[in-house]
Design a protein around this ligand. Structure first.
Ligand code: GLY
Length: 359
């Protein structure tokens, strides 16, 4: 059993992150204890509901099943879940429990952050991506036709329950998507302000086979390392005014690629990995890193069987990057590698990028 706790500056209480592989039969009881047996509703992914509703054993009348897919993170479902919570007469001291991947966590979390100006929120991530990244740190949001995550807030959960047993049934594509973010943590480790050395790059290199075969003990250790790094980052900078930006390594190009392929062709993690390849090239062109370090990073990524993705004309990519919510007027922000497991933020104009890209 691994127990971590997150201590966000200015908040009264730390919140716990439980990482374990105990029987899923016991999950409901642990959550009910955490919320002091108050009233609650469960927002659960359709896939997870199909596979686990019997064993989780939440009462049917408290369950709201959400279809799977990024497009479900929308206004309509936000309204429907709020209505469901109102119908169930939830009060502020009650709880909303999210069981699923990032879509469920983000949507249910955004409902929780606005229902009666904030109700207790419990995260139960069931994908590798949600366990290592989106369930920790309080970013919650919905999408609109203008873009992803444009309406949202920072709202920390009351507790996070990560049970690696859920990962056994995760499809290969989603598992690899999560690994994309995990590998990213390896490459930013030394910039995370974490007091100890996690040596995540070494861990990923040494345990590649066990990670890919989803060995439970190794996955628990891997998730712990990533959560410790994320914890360190969000404890220093909850609202992304500085340090938290490093989590966007691989994301500037990655988000542009997701946008240009209508969020359909590739998973988020695959696009992040492609974005890391792009950042490595950019950093080498700028002499920020040497070719040995670039090779080491590329070699690690290749061990996890990522294939090159579609390339777009540079004008299209630059345009998509300029329209990202993290870009400032006429500047694109990049997190780039500068030395082993270390990254820094850089700003480029479209003209500068135009000269550097694919050259
Ligand atoms: N997923 C990036 C962040 O939490 O800031």
């Amino acid at each position: 059993m691994i127990e971590l706790s997150i201590n966000i500056k200015g908040r009264e209480k730390n919140y716990p992150i439980h990482i374990n592989n105990v029987d899923l039969e016991n999950l409901k009881q642990s959550i009910l204890e955490e919320i002091h047996y108050k009233n609650y509703i469960v927002i659960i992914s359709q896939k997870v509901h199909k596979l686990y509703s019997k064993i989780l054993d939440f009462p049917k009348d408290k369950i709201y099943v959400l279809k799977d897919g990024e497009k479900e993170k929308n206004y309509q479902n936000y309204g429907k879940i709020l209505d469901f919570a109102l119908k169930k007469k939830l009060k502020r001291e009650d709880a909303i429990i999210a069981i699923g991947g990032g879509v469920v966590g983000d949507l249910a979390g955004f409902v929780a952050s606005t229902y009666m100006r904030g109700i207790n929120f419990i995260q139960v991530p069931t994908t590798l991506l949600a366990a290592t990244d989106s369930s920790v740190g309080g970013k919650v949001a919905i999408n609109t036709k203008f873009g992803k995550n444009l309406i949202g807030s920072f709202y920390q959960p009351k507790a996070v329950f990560i049970n690696v047993n859920f990962l056994k049934t995760l499809d290969e594509k989603q598992f690899k998507s999560g690994l994309g973010e995990v590998i990213k943590y390896g490459f930013i480790e030394k910039s995370c302000n974490f007091d100890n050395d996690a040596h995540l790059i070494n861990f990923l290199t040494e345990h590649q086979e066990k990670i890919l075969s989803r060995d439970v003990l190794i996955l628990k250790e891997l998730i712990k390392m990533c959560v410790e790094l994320k914890k360190s980052v969000v404890e220093h900078d909850e609202k992304e005014s500085g340090l938290r930006k490093i989590l966007n390594y691989g994301h500037t190009y990655g988000h542009a690629l997701e946008k240009l392929t209508n969020y359909k062709t590739y998973t988020h993690g695959e696009c992040v990995i492609e974005g890391i390849f792009f950042a490595l090239k950019l950093a080498q062109n700028l002499n920020l890193i040497d070719k040995e370090y670039k090779f080491l990073c590329e070699d690690l990524i290749k061990k996890y069987n990522y294939q090159p993705l579609l390339k777009f004309e540079k004008e299209k990519i630059i345009d998509a990057m300029l329209n990202d919510k993290k870009a400032t007027e006429n500047h694109v922000k990049f997190i780039l590698p500068t030395k082993y497991a270390t990254v820094e933020e850089y700003d480029f104009t479209p003209e500068e990028l135009n000269e550097m890209i694919y050259s």
